[in-house]
Each structure stands twice: as structure tokens, then as C-alpha cells.
Design a protein around this ligand. Structure first.
Ligand code: NAD
Length: 243
């Protein structure tokens, strides 16, 4: 895939999946603006640190990226947090923070980005939902709810903005070997390497995803190869559907 002359904004850019997306986009020729809380140690053409729960930051990110890169063609809403537990073990803070990062921030980023992309003749937005946003998994009620919300927003935006040449799609990974997954095991008192080795056995293809497996699908959705895809939720699960 060739992203020469393309300008992209990536949120959650220093995380497991985000850093793989940034590396692959840059290797394919894109200029990338990276957004995360601390972006000092990641290579990119523009660095936009901040907290996505700050509405002023989230709402101005696309404009900041366009100014830094000389325009904007691609937006990747990848940042996310995972709070664990059923509803009875979830606090108001879990609920509010999960909504703020996983739903409200991408909503605010998309709302600001869409007019910029439209003025530029179109563009692509890729949101990171989850298999659990399509088929809710156990003991992560608030997380699943937020991922269902961003999946629904993706379908709505995909339909509403196709006429402007803007394609909005989402990638829906199952388990990916990132700090989000590993810290979850460690918080529950498991050795993360052992837990991942056990998890690998549950996936028909023989292993859980590496960040690069997901990033490559994100690049496809952001590329002209996906030029007729609008509002799709693409599950990437190694043959392990959540049911
Ligand atoms: P990660 O924890 O490695 O990365 C998430 C990034 O988001 C971090 O760099 C973090 O700093 C950033 N972030 C979180 N809150 C923020 C805030 N308030 N302001 C700015 N940045 C903030 O996790 P990951 O696994 O790479 O997750 C990336 C995306 O993939 C998330 O949306 C996640 O829900 C989704 N996902 C992950 C998995 C998995 O198994 N790892 C599965 C399905 C979906």
C-alpha cells in the first residue's frame, strides 16, 4: 500500500496497536501526526500530546494535525481504555472515563475532522472498535458498551458522509498482544506471558494477534484499496469469533 502524499492523524499513537499503525503508515510514505498523552519517544512528522478527555484538545486535534502536516487525509481513532468487571463491579468513574475516551473523544475528533476532509475532496476515518463491540464478551460490561457505541457511530457516519467522499470504517480486533491485554492479566495476578500462551491455544489460527496484524487491516481500510467500503465493521479474530 502506498501512502505517499497522504497526511494522517493517529490517536493512542504510542500504545501497542497505535505505534504499529504509525510505523506502517510512515513506512508506506505517509506523514503522520501522533496524538497521545506523552509522544516524546515516537518518530513522527508532528507531535500533538494531550489528554483526550479534554474536549478542547479532542475537538481541535484534526485542525492541529492539518496545520502541522499541510492538510489531512486520514484519521485513525485508535486510543482506548479497558475497565473490567460486570456492571455491579463498575464505578461511575469507570463509566464516565470509558465513555470519555472510547466514545466521546472519537466523536469529537470525527466531528471536527469531517468538514476538513470534505473541504479536501474526501478522506478516510478508521475507528478501533472491538469484536466485543459486536458480540459482547463476559465481565467487561462498560467496555463492551463503549465499543458497541463506537461501532454504531461508525456505521452511522459511514452512511451519512459517504456522499462527501469520506469513508468511515472500524476495525474490530479480538485479543491483541499489547500493554492493554498484558496489564489486565497482571492486575488479576497472572503472569502475562503464561496467560497469553494459554490464550494462543484458544485461537483457531494458533495465536492471538500481534499489533502489526491489526495495523495492516487499519491501513487497508484507510487506503484506496478499500475505496468502496463505508460504515463497515471488520472483525479481525484469527478464526475465533465471539458468540
Ligand atoms: P494500549 O493500552 O497499548 O494503547 C492505548 C493508547 O491509548 C495508549 O497509548 C494510551 O496512552 C492512549 N490513551 C488512553 N487514554 C487516553 C487519553 N485520555 N488521552 C490520550 N490518550 C489516551 O492498548 P491497545 O491494545 O493498543 O488498544 C488500542 C485500541 O484497540 C483501543 O481502542 C482498544 O480498545 C482496542 N482493542 C484492543 C484489543 C486488545 O486485545 N489489545 C482488542 C480489541 C480492541
Amino acid at each position: 500500500m502506498d501512502f505517499t502524499n497522504k497526511r494522517a492523524l493517529v490517536t493512542g499513537a504510542v500504545g501497542g496497536i497505535g505505534s504499529a499503525i504509525v510505523a506502517q503508515l510512515r513506512a508506506a510514505g505517509a506523514k503522520v501526526a501522533v496524538a497521545d498523552r506523552d509522544v516524546t519517544n515516537i518518530m513522527a512528522e508532528a507531535h500533538l500530546p494531550g489528554d483526550l478527555t479534554d474536549p478542547q484538545y479532542a475537538s481541535t486535534l484534526p485542525d492541529q494535525a492539518a496545520q502541522a502536516l499541510g492538510g489531512l487525509d486520514i484519521v485513525i481513532n485508535n486510543a482506548g481504555i479497558m475497565r473490567r468487571g460486570p456492571v455491579t463491579a463498575s464505578s461511575d468513574e469507570d463509566f464516565d472515563l470509558s465513555i470519555a475516551v472510547n466514545v466521546k473523544a472519537p466523536f469529537q475528533v470525527c466531528r471536527a475532522a469531517i468538514p476538513l476532509l470534505a473541504a479536501n475532496g474526501g478522506g478516510a476515518i478508521v475507528n478501533t472498535a472491538s469484536c466485543w463491540g459486536v458480540h459482547p464478551g463476559p465481565d467487561h460490561a462498560v467496555y463492551c458498551m463503549t465499543k458497541a457505541a463506537i461501532a454504531s457511530l461508525t456505521k452511522c457516519m459511514g452512511r451519512d458522509h459517504a456522499h462527501q467522499g469520506i469513508r468511515v470504517n472500524a476495525v474490530c480486533p479480538n485479543e491483541v498482544d499489547t500493554p492493554m491485554l498484558r496489564t489486565g492479566f497482571e492486575l488479576r495476578g497472572y503472569d502475562s506471558a503464561t496467560a497469553i500462551a494459554e490464550l494462543d491455544k484458544t485461537v483457531p489460527i494458533g495465536r492471538i494477534a500481534q499489533p502489526e496484524d491489526i495495523a495492516e487491516v487499519v491501513l487497508f481500510l484507510a487506503s484506496d484499496h478499500a475505496r468502496y467500503m463505508c460504515g463497515e465493521l471488520v472483525e479481525v479474530n484469527g478464526g475465533k469469533p465471539v458468540s
